[in-house]
Design a protein around this ligand. Structure first.
Ligand SMILES: *Cc1c(COP(=O)(O)O)cnc(C)c1O
Length: 378
């Protein structure tokens, strides 16, 4: 590449904004006109649209993906003495909410080739929880990098042990499994609308999906300080967990082009896989699943050298995640299934995520692919 080549963004939100600028302005102006900034009409409209998009019975929006994970745990009464099984190779929020609820995370390893929780680690995780004197209550599969976890393998194990399944779909909104959409595979599914997620707003936002209307009602109460008849009637402990009306307006506009963006992400992932597949590990998608490619994450034994030479060539990369949660200072004292998580350790030393967004054009992508090959051969 030449020194004049324009910098490559890791995620390009500007191209999307230019595409939807007029509709976005109209929707934002409408909110400024009616002035219902908290739980205005766009929030209910978005919840109906998101439930329709996923096929889930109900959708409850909230203030972030983190709160979307916390709400079901609080509604199920998960607390002190309870264990929640979570993968170690994930974003910290997956385990953080367990501790915020007063319960104990128990770390389980992931599958090397699709980065999601290893169903074979659940029974050892349950045993580790019981050995620590804890009651296993919930398992949280994480749809890491955009692909649903192996819910058909996880659900029967959870059912046999009386565990709820809480899907962490912060990175996978819009993905599918055996013809169903994310939002329908678990007792409750949490997603995030953080700007860089596949469907993102212009601030923080999230949503929970479920077919359980009683659960939704309790979470709706927790979302507004545990309200009963109204906000000043408090029947349980809650949080301030609402989605802003302005963010709902932004999401309604973005949802209209989301299916088209998912298709573009798939084309880009296919091109990466075809261009890189022989030289290094490219992510595999299980039979029956689709990914929304929140990240395109390669694995290589020469990760740090490859990342450095890509940076020198003007190609930004990111490491998700350099340190698994069971190695973090705040989490290292919690139990691990079978005492060790070798795949999480292995991946954290080898993963490297490449620029990925629906507006990555083929010229720039080919420049990235060539730079990865050059970096790998050094
Ligand atoms: C982003 C993310 C979250 C948290 O979402 P926020 O909206 O940032 O609170 C939780 N889990 C995973 C796997 C994530 O990637």
């Amino acid at each position: 590449m030449t020194a004049e080549a324009p910098p490559i963004p890791f995620i390009d939100l500007k191209a999307q904004q230019a595409r939807i600028a007029d509709g976005l302005r109209r929707r934002i102006d409408r909110v400024l006109g009616h002035g219902a900034y908290i739980l205005g009409p766009e929030v209910a409209e978005l919840e109906a649209a998101l439930a329709g998009f996923t096929g889930a019975g109900f959708c409850l929006t909230c203030s972030s993906g983190t709160d979307a994970l916390l709400l079901p745990l609080m509604a199920w009464g998960v607390g002190p003495g309870d264990a929640v099984l979570v993968p170690s190779f994930t974003f910290v929020a997956t385990a953080e909410v367990v501790v915020l609820a007063g319960a104990t995370p128990v770390f389980v390893d992931v599958l090397e080739h699709d980065f999601t929780i290893d169903p074979a680690g659940l029974e050892p995780g349950i045993a580790a929880a019981e050995a620590a004197g804890l009651r296993p209550r919930v398992v949280v599969p994480v749809d890491l990098f955009g692909q649903p976890a192996d819910y058909p393998a996880i659900r029967p194990i959870a059912e046999a042990h009386g565990l709820k399944v809480l899907g962490d779909a912060a990175q996978s909104f819009g993905a599918t499994l055996d013809g169903g959409r994310v939002g329908t595979f678990a007792d409750a599914t949490a997603t995030s609308f953080f700007p860089a997620k596949p469907l993102g707003c212009y601030g923080d936002g999230g949503a929970v999906f479920s077919n359980d209307s009683a659960l939704i009602d309790v979470m709706r109460s927790i979302r507004v300080h545990g309200q009963g008849a109204d906000k000043y009637d408090n029947v349980r402990i809650g949080i301030n967990g609402r989605l802003d009306t302005l963010q709902a307006a932004v999401l309604l506009e973005k949802l209209a082009i989301f299916p088209d963006e998912i298709a573009a992400r798939q084309r880009i992932a296919d091109r990466y896989a075809a261009g890189l597949g022989d030289a290094m590990g490219v992510p595999s998608v299980r039979f029956g699943a689709t990914s929304v490619w929140a990240q395109f994450t390669i694995t290589t034994d020469r990760r740090d050298r490859v990342a450095a030479s890509l940076q020198a060539a003007g190609v930004p990369t990111a490491i998700y995640y350099a340190k698994p949660l069971h190695r973090q200072d705040a989490y290292r004292h919690y139990p691990c299934a079978a005492g060790a998580l070798p795949v999480s350790d292995h991946l954290s030393a080898r993963v490297l995520s490449l620029p990925m967004h629906p507006y990555l054009d083929t010229v720039v992508q080919d420049r990235i692919i060539a730079a990865v090959h050059a970096a790998h051969q050094k």
